[in-house]
Design a protein around this ligand. Structure first.
Ligand SMILES: C[S@@+](CC[C@H](N)C(=O)[O-])C[C@H]1O[C@@H](n2cnc3c(N)ncnc32)[C@H](O)[C@@H]1O
Length: 284
């Protein structure tokens, strides 16, 4: 990620202020690792961790040295922790790793009589699914997303994810929004048995996000990471591990775990199949 940030900073012409917003930052481990990698953009870098959970936000200070929210020239890297997205327009990047799969969505099911909305009810103290006739608006929206849905197909309506993308694009004057997540198109999801994707309440539609603004790039995570040289990092780590394996110290273990991390992050049957969606501003 640090390499990607450098590439995007150069693409913007090495601005003196480069704001990286980490939306849904969790406890701040990505921030810690990016700052530890000392990217070339560091003097310009203002890293903003945005996290809604109070307890996770409280952990930010354990992972990075925090400063009050302010941006000063050439003083980077600085890090700030916020509850909400900052106000724009900023020059930089809004990142979101597995944020969108935390946002709620409405769920519609296709039946012989048209679309029903799947809601949650209660029977004997247990939460159960209840199907109610979908409103005309929701039905029309689902029809606009999937033509000819098979009977029993389920479609998610990603209103919250779209609203988030609108807000994230609104933060930036110049730069890009980059989202890492499970993703598939709505028609493809409607044709898959819904238990495959709904069981975990994950899976988002890049098609629905593209309705907010056309996606500039959409590629698997493995391809994205390779474009920024993850294989080279793995080769270096493997060589360092092999030369220190006999010592077996912490440094050696760090290199070995980098090798395993790279394998996991690029596994085409696992994390490597995550999608990386990018929206570049201003639109070219
Ligand atoms: C699955 S975690 C991902 C954490 C981190 N990005 C990572 O990759 O480890 C999603 C995080 O987003 C936070 N979150 C959910 N909705 C949010 C919102 N609207 N604004 C900011 N954070 C949010 C959750 O509290 C949670 O920490």
């Amino acid at each position: 990620m640090a390499r990607a940030l450098d590439a995007w900073w150069h693409e913007l012409g090495d601005p003196d202020q480069f704001v990286v917003v980490d939306a849904g930052a969790g406890c701040g481990t990505l921030a810690r690792d990016v700052l530890a990698a000392e990217p070339s953009c560091s003097p310009a870098l203002h890293y903003v961790l945005v996290e809604r959970s109070d307890s996770l936000r409280a952990a930010h200070a354990d992972n990075v040295a925090l400063e009050p929210a302010r941006v000063a020239l050439g003083r980077g890297p600085t890090a700030t922790s916020l509850q909400e997205l900052p106000a724009g327009p900023l020059t930089g990047v809004v990142l979101a790793n597995e944020l969108l799969d935390n946002l709620g969505f409405r769920l519609l099911e296709r039946g012989a009589q048209g679309w029903s909305e799947v809601r949650v009810g209660e029977t004997d103290g247990r939460l159960v699914e209840v199907l109610v006739a979908a409103s005309d608006d929701l039905g029309a929206e689902a029809d606009g997303l999937v033509s000819d849905p098979p009977d029993g197909a389920r479609v998610s309506l990603q209103h919250a994810a779209r609203a988030w993308l609108r807000d994230a694009l609104g933060v930036l004057g110049r730069g890009r929004v980059v989202v890492f997540d499970y993703a598939d198109t709505t028609p493809a999801m409607a044709r898959r048995p819904w238990r495959q994707w709904l069981r975990t309440f994950r899976a988002h539609g890049p098609g629905q996000l593209a309705r907010v603004r056309a996606v500039t790039a959409d590629r698997p995570q493995a391809e994205f990471l390779r474009a920024f040289g993850i294989d080279e990092l793995a080769v270096g780590a493997r060589a360092a591990w092999e030369s220190r394996a006999h010592v077996g110290d912490l440094e050696a273990l760090k290199h070995r775990s980098r090798v395993t991390e790279v394998e996991a992050l690029t596994d085409p049957a696992g994390l490597g199949a995550f999608r990386v969606l990018e929206w570049v501003l201003p639109v070219r």
